[in-house]
Design a protein around this ligand. Structure first.
Ligand code: DP6
Length: 361
């Protein structure tokens, strides 16, 4: 069984009840995770910027059951309302992590959660949502086993988050996070995300990300279905190999502060992700006409002004506009004037690289 190191060795004494709150960020991948194998292991290494303003705040309340049964007992309150729709995903998550979190069936839980961004805006709410629950569970484990080191705590939190949603393991700790074993990234693992600790030039430490909400509907293709399309995909092997090479390249880019190379790599990654979807069976186009309008505007602006802004995409129509902090005023003006018209209700969210999750209680 992979992840055996995360099975607690001692039972410990459980508290009768308690509450814990974590605020956890969303993240945006620069080298994309697309394709996985059981149990939630990535086919290639990915790397992301942790965001700051887009986050989830989750409070987990726990009360010891009078009689322990064989059920998971939990309620979900999302944005102040009882929410049954999220329960199956959390139930699946609990099943996957049960072996590593032996107290799960001993407690009745209430999970209260809210996002700083609109739900179904296409911003990865599963990343911040799942990492928040994982960190809350780890805080309970830390009470039972105070000897857990900080490294053990965060590695296991990321490990659990990964079993909820792959990209969630990159929403735990650090400004830039790598998930997936890579020979050139020390400590990297398929089991959890690690903070990228190699040299990072100052320009990349406070990079800006404005998320243009081009299309706010529910996802056209769920990520599970999407990842599955990489099985038997005619270009899968080349794509996975390319991602590994791109991790080596981005390492040098971060060290040198090579913004032009960053632009070329990040835009190519975004378009490759979408090319994989367009060439799978069945095939999908997840960009909307306004996604292309925005991309063309970004390219024209870059050509005219010499700006270093660029874009990346998730598995949807929204566009993340990435740019150095030194261009914040001019790029945000350009977004307001020329790109906002392509957003649903003119909506966009300014964000920037953040530090990772915070415990609030
Ligand atoms: C396109 O992490 O949402 O955002 O593991 O099935 O929950 P599951 O998938 P998910 O996939 C995210 C894919 C992506 C690229 C990325 O974040 O690396």
């Amino acid at each position: 069984m992979m992840g055996q190191i995360f099975i607690p060795k001692t039972a410990g004494t459980l508290k009768e009840s308690g509450t814990v709150t974590w605020q956890t960020p969303s993240n945006i991948a620069l080298v994309k995770y697309w394709g996985k194998r059981n149990p939630q292991l990535p086919e290639n290494t990915s790397i992301s910027f942790t965001l700051s303003n887009c986050h989830t705040k989750t409070t987990l309340s726990y009360t010891k059951k009078q009689e322990v049964d064989n059920q998971f007992d939990f309620d979900v309150i999302f944005e102040g309302k009882n929410n049954k729709a999220f329960k199956p995903k959390i139930e699946t998550f609990f099943k996957r992590v049960e072996a590593y979190v032996p107290f799960l069936k001993e407690y009745s839980f209430v999970i209260e959660s809210k996002n700083s961004f609109p739900h179904s805006s296409g911003i990865a709410s599963s990343a911040s949502g799942m990492s928040a629950i994982a960190l809350c569970l780890m805080s309970i484990e830390k009470e039972i086993n105070p000897n857990l080191t900080e490294e053990e705590f965060y590695h296991k939190a990321s490990f659990l988050a990964r079993l909820g949603s792959g990209s969630a393991c990159r929403s735990v700790k650090g400004e830039i996070v790598v998930w997936g074993e890579h020979p050139e990234v020390k400590g990297s693992s398929d089991l959890y995300g690690v903070e990228f600790k190699d040299t990072i030039a100052p320009v990349f430490k406070n990079y800006q990300d404005t998320i243009l909400l081009v299309d706010k509907g529910e996802k056209q293709v769920s990520s599970t279905v999407g990842h599955d399309l990489m099985h038997g995909h005619p270009f899968a092997e080349q794509r996975f190999a390319q991602a590994q090479e791109n991790i080596s390249k981005i390492k040098t880019i971060f060290a040198k502060g090579a913004v032009d190379d960053f632009i070329a790599l990040v835009e190519s990654e975004a378009l490759t992700l979408h090319a994989m979807m367009m060439t799978s069976s069945p095939y999908f186009i997840l960009m909307k006409p306004n996604t292309l309008e925005v991309i063309n505007k970004i390219w024209a602006y870059r050509k005219e002004t010499g700006s270093k802004l660029c874009f990346t995409l998730d598995a949807g129509a929204n566009v993340h506009v990435l740019y150095p902090e030194s261009e914040k005023a001019t790029v945000q003006q350009f977004i307001k004037q020329d790109l906002a018209v392509f957003c649903k209700n003119g909506e966009y969210i300014h964000d920037q690289v953040g530090m990772g999750a915070n415990k609030l209680t």
